[in-house]
Design a protein around this ligand. Structure first.
Ligand SMILES: [Zn+2]
Length: 271
């Protein structure tokens, strides 16, 4: 089994065209915004509120139909945290520019079929560990009970906690904000850098897999990511790599340099 829950942050998924409108009941809820807790950065600032209400599509998740107001607040809080994180890094993003629609689904055959059609995929090609993704301005999430099943099967060493689902939401929205920053800077999501970096950044922003380990040494870092190596796929490792780099460099500087050859190491003088 994959060591990942699947957040589908890939070039392919970014090109997917969501076509779920005809399959879903559209419910609209105001995303009430509490004060953001901040994104585990020392200088987080208060997040902003989305200018427009989020649209919720819950036809695939009747079990949470009554919880949509609370979900709206949860997502609004996550948007505030992500906005504060990127703002502190010198890349301000407006929460209202990130998403305008939320699709939440239970892992039923009907929901899987509809989701696969939305993504232009075959239902059997959807990974069992799919937990969430953002396509264009739509945030897709499985319901919390489904995510807990995935989490407990993949991460027995990391106990489920009260905010584990919230952290998933922050993780997915971090990708959306990071992609928006990359597109604004260089016109391509490739500017998000290597997979270990953009996943590790999302893990760090979301406060996932953090046991307060000390930063890795230079030698440890180089062993994992020196000479453009791709480390073994692991969210806990990716998070630790980016936290270790963030202990040495400003996060905004890392975001800026992520797409340079040989990142995070300087390019050789003779190119
Ligand atoms: Zn991810």
């Amino acid at each position: 089994m994959s060591a990942f829950w699947t957040c589908m942050q890939s070039a392919g998924s970014r090109r997917m065209k969501a076509r779920f409108e005809k399959l879903c009941v559209c419910l609209i809820v105001c995303a009430g915004m509490g004060a953001p807790a901040g994104c585990r950065t020392p200088s987080s600032e208060a997040g902003m509120t989305p200018e427009a209400p989020l649209k919720f599509h819950l036809a695939w998740a009747p079990s949470v139909m009554r919880e949509q107001a609370a979900l709206g607040r949860e997502i609004g809080r996550a948007l505030g945290e992500v906005s504060a994180f990127f703002g502190a890094a010198g890349y301000p993003v407006a929460p209202g520019d990130l998403i305008n629609t939320v699709v939440i689904l239970e892992w039923t055959p009907e929901a899987r079929a509809g989701l696969a059609e939305s993504f232009g995929m075959r239902s059997e090609d959807l990974l069992e560990t799919l937990a969430g993704t953002v396509v264009e301005r739509t945030l897709y999430l499985v319901v919390e009970t489904r995510y807990r099943q995935i989490w407990e099967s993949l991460y027995p060493d990391w106990p489920w906690e009260a905010d584990t689902y919230h952290r998933l939401i922050v993780h997915e929205l971090t990708h959306r904000a990071h992609e928006a920053v990359a597109m604004a800077r260089l016109g391509s999501a490739d500017a998000m850098g290597p997979v270990w970096f953009f996943e590790g950044l999302a893990v760090m922003c979301a406060g996932q897999f953090d046991r307060g380990d000390p930063p890795m040494t230079e030698e440890e870092l180089a062993g994992h990511i020196g000479e453009a190596r791709t480390p073994a796929a692991s969210y806990p490792l990716y998070g630790r790599l980016v936290r270790s780099l963030a202990a040495r460099h400003p996060v905004g500087d890392l975001i800026t340099r992520a797409s340079q050859p040989g990142f995070p190491y300087e390019r050789s003088k003779d190119k």
